[in-house]
Design a protein around this ligand. Structure first.
Ligand code: GDP
Length: 169
């Protein structure tokens, strides 16, 4: 019996991007439980955590919330994580640019999730890629990818976690 490899993944994004919904969706897909119905989830205020086992890995997710006042506590988690998931609200065109200022990465894989793709007015993943590929390059991410998801409907979430697992091996 081999010990599971343990990985820590930080979930970042502005408030309302869908971080809480994503974490609940990950739990519902991999653990078969849905803690809260997505329409009843309050915006993230502190730290939400989730733990799932995939193949031989144990993935620990830290949702650090998106509020500006809390950015100070992010640093501590950055320094210890193996990957970063950055969630964007694809319908929030103005604030996608603002996201640039909110995160720093160094040498870890970054998965950018273009969330809310179920909504008709969402930016297409190609448009979000243009913005983010530049940021990732500038910030020195080891490996990065932009993937479309709907955390609410679950579309693309399993594929996103699969991508992460491959990077964490
Ligand atoms: P957080 O502040 O980043 O944790 O965002 P929440 O998870 O609380 O989501 C903010 C709002 O967006 C809530 O009303 C969610 O139901 C909604 N939401 C999250 N993900 C999606 C999605 O994929 N599609 C749609 N249509 N709404 C979403």
């Amino acid at each position: 019996l081999t010990r599971r490899e343990e990985f820590y993944i930080v979930i970042l994004g502005l408030d309302n991007a869908g971080k809480t919904t994503l974490l609940e969706r990950i739990k519902s897909i991999f653990l078969g439980v849905l803690g809260l119905s997505p329409d009843r989830i309050a915006p993230t205020v502190g730290l939400n955590i989730g733990k799932i086992d995939v193949n031989r890995s144990r993935l620990n997710f830290w949702d650090l919330g998106g509020q500006r006042e809390l950015h100070g506590i992010w640093e501590k988690y950055y320094s210890e994580c193996h990957a970063i998931i950055f969630v964007v609200d694809s319908t929030d065109k103005e604030r996608i640019e603002e996201c640039k200022e909110t995160f720093e990465v160094e040498g870890v894989p970054v998965l950018m999730l273009a969330n809310k793709q179920d909504l008709p007015n969402s930016l297409k993943v190609e448009e979000i890629k243009e913005v983010f590929n530049k940021i990732a390059l500038k910030l020195g991410a080891r490996d990065s990818r932009v993937l479309p998801i709907s955390a609410l409907e679950g579309e693309g979430v399993r594929e996103a976690i699969d991508w992460l697992c491959l990077r964490l091996q």
